[in-house]
Design a protein around this ligand. Structure first.
Ligand code: LMR
Length: 398
């Protein structure tokens, strides 16, 4: 029965984990998959998470199923973290949501919700480029997809005029997938003015924003990183947000995320909740609860929350320092390429804008691992590896 199935190549991002692991070079540098790393290359358990685990171990006395929507305090806490407790939509009970297995689960159930709208013309538009898994995840539901222009490779910034020209053609059958902050893979984020323009267009033309928020707090701060989303929420009726706690709570393997849907009324929100719960039930039944409990403890305990915010801010600071550190080192080497985008971009990723051949040379000759697109995980650098990476870039670019 399985005879005709061929072995597939490894996932382009996840395959880098194994390739890096098997490389014996002691100087190897992992700039591949997007996980936060400390100076020693370790992905730590955040201190607030470690404390929340102890608390949870003390109080958890059952592993029976919980509500299909997941941990209630978690979903409510994330709604407030993203939209703020003072937002009109939150206060009116117009935002519904459920806990999902990571941000991927949220993107998938969000797409299942769109499928249920039974609109054959419905199209989901993603930025060109976008995170490598967006298209497979969404397309698997059978939705039509297309791309909008986004990135200006010359400047390393968003080409908003080109994006806006595409948005101008969209209407009520269109969903626009936006990166809330820390765009993956480019690091080039929309400005607040860009978000305002998107809101104006969405309100007038009727397309719906579907925001992937996987890095809140790792760009310019917990509040700052959701300014665009909050503006949308205030100025349009309906939107979808997929959140992830993988990076900002360091909960990667606990698969902790949420799907949040803003609707026009509480009645509609209640109906949407039944639909997304049913979509989840038909897919994986219910989300793992553990990560949600930990985040719930942190968001509802002042001491833990303070610990979490302090550590998250320090992580974001470290990424910014690595960005300016790498820029300084490459500038010192007079490389024939302008890397100044490193310090204007946000979050864990930057697209170096070098060829696939150069990426492979870096991997084969210097054991520096990055995606074929030349996306680097900036957090995979360390103050000790900056010189080595800059030397290698100089060698492969000249
Ligand atoms: C990444 O983009 O590297 C991360 O989001 C990990 C993943 O699942 O691809």
């Amino acid at each position: 029965m399985f005879d005709h199935l061929n072995a597939l190549p490894a996932d382009p991002l996840l395959g880098l984990i194994t390739a890096f692991h098997n490389d014996p070079n002691p100087q190897k540098v992992d700039l591949g998959v997007g996980v936060y790393r400390d100076e020693s290359g370790h992905t730590p358990i955040m201190s607030a998470i470690a404390k929340a685990q102890t608390i949870h171990l003390e109080i958890e006395d059952s592993k029976t199923y919980i509500s299909p929507a997941g941990v209630e305090g978690f979903v409510d806490g994330v709604k407030q973290l993203v939209f703020s407790k003072d937002s009109a939509a939150y206060k009116d009970g117009r935002i519904t949501g459920l806990q999902t297995p990571g941000g991927c689960g949220a993107l998938r159930i969000g797409s299942e919700l769109l499928k249920r709208l039974k609109n054959d013309n419905l199209t989901v538009w993603v930025s060109d480029p976008t995170w490598a898994n967006h298209i497979p995840l969404i397309k698997a539901t059978g939705l039509e997809m297309g791309t909008y222009s986004y990135f200006d490779a010359e400047t390393g910034a968003v080409n908003f005029d080109a994006m806006d020209a595409k948005l101008a053609t969209l209407g009520p059958s269109d969903m626009v997938l936006l990166h809330g902050c820390c765009h993956n893979p480019t690091g080039a984020d929309l400005s607040f003015e860009n978000w305002q323009q998107i809101a104006t267009r969405a309100a007038k033309q009727g397309f719906i924003p579907f925001v992937d928020l996987a890095y809140q707090g790792l760009g310019n701060g917990i509040e700052q990183d959701v300014k665009g989303i909050r503006y949308l929420s205030e100025h349009i009726d309906e939107m979808i947000v997929a959140t992830s706690c993988s990076k900002n709570f360091g909960l990667y393997r606990e698969r902790t995320g949420s799907l949040l849907v803003q609707t026009t009324s509480q009645k509609q929100a209640n109906a949407v909740l039944t639909q997304i719960q049913e979509a989840a039930r038909a897919s994986y039944s219910m989300s793992p609860a553990y990560g949600g409990y930990l985040v719930d403890h942190i968001l509802h305990n002042d001491g833990l929350r303070n610990d979490w915010e302090t550590e998250l801010n320090a992580m974001a600071r470290r990424i910014k320092d690595l960005r300016s550190g790498l820029l300084e080192k490459v500038q010192q080497r007079n490389i024939d390429k302008d890397f100044s985008f490193l310090t204007t971009q946000n979050g864990m990723f930057s697209l170096l804008g070098i060829s696939k051949e150069q990426v492979h040379l870096l991997r084969d000759d210097y054991a520096i691992y990055m995606a074929d697109s030349s996306r680097i995980n900036v957090a995979g650098l360390s103050t000790n590896s900056l010189e080595y990476v800059a030397d290698a870039l100089k060698a492969v670019i000249s």
